[in-house]
Write a protein that binds this ligand. Structure first.
Ligand SMILES: Nc1ncnc2c1ncn2[C@@H]1O[C@H](COP(=O)(O)OP(=O)(O)OP(=O)(O)O)[C@@H](O)[C@H]1O
Ligand SMILES: [Mg+2]
Length: 222
C-alpha cells in the first residue's frame, strides 16, 4: 500500500548569478512496511530529496502527497505537527542529547510528538534494540553501535508513519552496520512504517524492498 508519494520534485539552488537545478523532476512512492533505499553517487541529490520529503526544506516545485494532503502547500505550523507526529529521523551521527539518559531521550520524543500513550512502550522498544541495560546511561558512555540503536529507538517510539534515515550506518563498521540495518528492517515491518533509507553502500541495498538509483538529480532506474 502506497502511503507517501513525491511527484515531479524539482529543486534549484541559486549561488550568485548561477542557478543550479539539483533535482530535475523526481517521482518516488513509499509503501507501508517497506524499506525504500535511495542510492547513487555523491552529489546526485539524495540528501536534498530526503530533506524535501521530510519537509525540512521546500521544493522549488512538485507535490509531496501524504494522508490525502499535499505537504508542499502546507504552512510551517501544520508541517511542524506532521513532522513531530508522523515522521521519524535517523542520521549518520546519532544526535543524542548529551545530558539525557537513553530512557530520557525517548521520553523527550514522546513529549515532542504529543503521543503520551507511547510512553508505556519505552521499555519494550529498548529491549528490542538491545539497550535495556543501558536505559540509565548517558550517550558519552555508549559505543557507536549502541548510540545508533538508541537513535533508532528514539526515532520510532512515537510510531511514525514514515521513517527517514540518511546514511545511518556510515560511521559504523560492517558488523554493526548489519545489526543496525536488521533492526531498521525489522522495525519497519513490525511497526508498519514506510522507510526511506539513503545509502551509498551497496551491501545495505540487500535490506531494501525497493531500490531507487539517482544520478545527477534524476532517478535512473528502479
Ligand atoms: N543548500 C544548498 N545550496 C546550494 N547547493 C546545494 C545545497 N544543498 C545541496 N546542494 C548541492 O546539491 C547537490 C546534491 O547534494 P546532496 O547533498 O543532495 O547530494 P547527495 O547525493 O546526498 O551526496 P552525498 O552522497 O555526498 O551525501 C550537490 O551538488 C550540492 O552541492
Ligand atoms: Mg547526502
Amino acid at each position: 500500500m502506497i502511503t507517501f508519494q513525491l511527484k515531479d520534485i524539482r529543486k534549484t539552488f541559486q549561488s550568485g548569478d548561477i542557478e543550479e537545478e539539483v533535482l530535475k523532476g523526481v517521482n518516488l512512492s513509499l509503501e507501508k512496511g517497506r524499506v525504500t533505499a535511495l542510492t547513487g553517487t555523491s552529489g546526485s541529490g539524495k540528501s536534498t530529496l530526503l530533506t524535501i520529503a521530510a519537509c525540512l526544506q521546500t521544493p522549488s516545485s512538485g507535490r509531496i502527497l501524504f494522508q490525502g494532503e499535499n505537504l508542499a502547500s502546507l504552512r510551517e505550523k501544520n508541517l511542524r505537527k506532521v513532522r513531530a507526529e508522523e515522521f521519524g529521523f535517523i542520521f549518520q551521527s546519532s544526535h543524542l542529547v548529551p545530558f539525557l539518559t537513553v530512557e530520557e531521550q525517548l521520553e523527550m520524543m514522546v513529549e515532542v510528538s504529543g503521543k503520551q500513550g507511547c510512553k508505556k512502550d519505552i521499555d519494550s522498544i529498548l529491549r528490542r534494540v538491545g539497550l535495556s541495560h543501558r536505559q540509565n546511561s548517558y550517550p558519552s558512555s555508549l559505543s557507536g553501535g549502541e548510540k545508533q540503536r538508541a537513535a533508532i529507538a528514539r526515532a520510532v517510539i512515537h510510531r511514525p508513519a514514515v521513517l527517514f534515515a540518511d546514511e545511518p550506518t556510515a560511521s559504523l563498521d560492517s558488523k554493526k552496520s548489519m545489526e543496525v540495518m536488521t533492526l531498521l528492517q525489522d522495525m519497519t515491518t513490525s511497526l508498519g512504517m514506510s522507510t526511506l533509507l539513503v545509502t551509498h553502500e551497496e551491501e545495505m541495498l540487500a535490506f531494501a524492498d525497493q531500490v531507487v538509483r539517482m544520478e545527477d538529480g534524476r532517478v535512473t532506474d528502479r
